[in-house]
Design a protein around this ligand. Structure first.
Ligand SMILES: Cc1cc2nc3c(=O)[nH]c(=O)nc-3n(C[C@H](O)[C@H](O)[C@H](O)COP(=O)(O)O)c2cc1C
Length: 330
């Protein structure tokens, strides 16, 4: 376990987004580690076909952690053991998901409401995977009246958890308001184990600012990486040099090539038709801010296959090369 290093910049788990193709591209363009989206511990134990598809890692299993969600210490421990036996050396438990469907089963951020259950899960999972690098990703509390991230962090540390990923919003905030990184700083100062910051990191500069302010051990990009997988390289560059992101950012046509590569990976993994829905959020984010972006996004909306999406990106590339479209301002 001691040989495991997560590095400084990690792709956060995102349901519906961080499937194998996107993880592969993020690792290629600078992410030092990545996570599967949250995996139902029960579904995994049942060998549910859809769940197993989420676990593909190609040759990247040493750089991929599995994130499990559930509400039972016994089920999570068994799923953790099965994950470890499958080759995942980094195992994360989700204690942050705010979605109703998950919370009403007592999983995700509902675990924050029950520190005793959280402690039980932490201790049981630790026991079942002694040699794994065991982490927890969590929010600051269930609601504003029950902010308990330091308590949860201390339970985690005392249970032998190796590192924490922290998104400083309560469950009741969902994605509203802003991430309060003064809480990240407080958590970091309260614990000895590594703390990674997550929340509102939309640019490499955002990430560097949060690192400097909180003293965190690393950062996780989530929404900031959607349609922008080069954000990891940008971040590594400014983190290494203290320079500005723009100095390293690839030219727009290079970015389009990376989007074409992602499109290709997604189409070949999920199939042309299914893949189209999966590339969509990436293309929407990518096209934001381009002159004529409304019309381009409408074209993406009307496309029915990966081939059509690739065609739109090719047209964009030609128009940029002939100066018909200017690059987005920021
Ligand atoms: C579409 C979407 C899906 C997400 N799925 C997960 C998930 O499966 N597990 C998890 O721990 N967090 C999940 N998150 C939360 C992110 O990992 C991250 O903590 C959060 O988005 C805050 O970071 P950001 O503001 O930089 O996006 C998800 C977020 C989004 C936007």
């Amino acid at each position: 376990m001691s040989e495991i290093s997560l590095g400084r910049s990690i792709l956060a788990p995102m349901a519906g987004i961080t499937g194998y193709p996107f993880r592969k591209i993020c690792l290629k363009y600078g992410a030092e580690f990545c996570f599967t989206e949250m995996i139902s511990a029960e579904g995994f134990l049942r060998n549910d076909k859809k769940t197993l598809e989420l676990l593909e890692t190609g040759s990247g299993i040493s750089k991929t952690g599995i994130q499990l969600f559930g509400n039972s210490a016994a089920v999570l421990s068994e799923a953790a053991k099965k994950s470890f036996d499958r080759g995942f050396k980094v195992i994360d438990i989700n204690a942050g998901c705010p979605v109703k469907k998950v919370v009403k089963t007592g999983a995700g951020s509902a675990l924050l409401k029950d520190p005793a259950l959280f402690a039980d899960i932490a201790a049981s999972v630790r026991k079942s995977v002694k040699d794994a690098f065991f982490t927890v990703k969590f929010r600051s509390g269930f609601d504003f009246n029950s902010v308990n991230f330091v308590e949860i962090g201390k339970i985690a540390e005392d249970s032998g958890i190796n590192a924490l990923f922290f998104h400083p919003r309560t469950r009741s905030q969902m994605f509203g308001g802003t991430a309060d990184h003064s809480q990240t700083k407080k958590l970091k100062e309260s614990l000895k184990i590594p703390v990674y910051a997550s929340g509102d990191l939309f640019t490499a500069d955002d990430a560097l600012n949060v690192m400097n302010y909180t003293g965190a051990d690393g950062i996780m990009f989530a929404r900031g990486a959607v349609g922008k997988p080069w954000i990891f390289n940008d971040y590594m560059h400014i983190s290494d040099t203290g320079g500005r992101a723009e100095e390293k950012e690839p030219y727009m046509t290079d970015k389009i090539d990376i989007m074409l590569e992602l499109n290709e990976e997604i189409s070949s993994y999920y199939g042309e038709t299914r893949g189209f829905n999966i590339i969509k959020p990436h293309l929407y984010n990518f096209l934001k801010g381009f002159k004529g972006s409304k019309e381009l996004r409408a074209a993406v909306n009307n496309a029915k296959s990966g081939k059509e999406t690739a065609g739109i990106l090719q047209i964009l590339k030609t128009k940029i090369a002939t100066n018909e479209y200017s690059e987005p301002a920021g």
